[in-house]
Ligand binder design. Structure first.
Ligand SMILES: [Zn+2]
Length: 51
């Protein structure tokens, strides 16, 4: 699974990806950049929808 990393300014593979909910009740995938460990978010998606 890939997400845009603001620190690398590139799309990076995400590690430790997990489904969570925002305060507004929207799905969000949270993980970490494999290169710099910055937190990555994919808002409005679930892991099941990404497969
Ligand atoms: Zn990064």
């Amino acid at each position: 699974m890939q997400a845009y990393c603001v620190k690398c300014r590139e799309k990076r593979d995400m590690t430790n990806a997990r489904d969570e909910m925002t305060k507004n009740g929207k799905p969000i995938i949270k993980g970490s950049c494999t290169v710099c460990s910055t937190g990555l978010n994919i808002i409005g998606k679930t892991m099941a929808a990404m497969k």
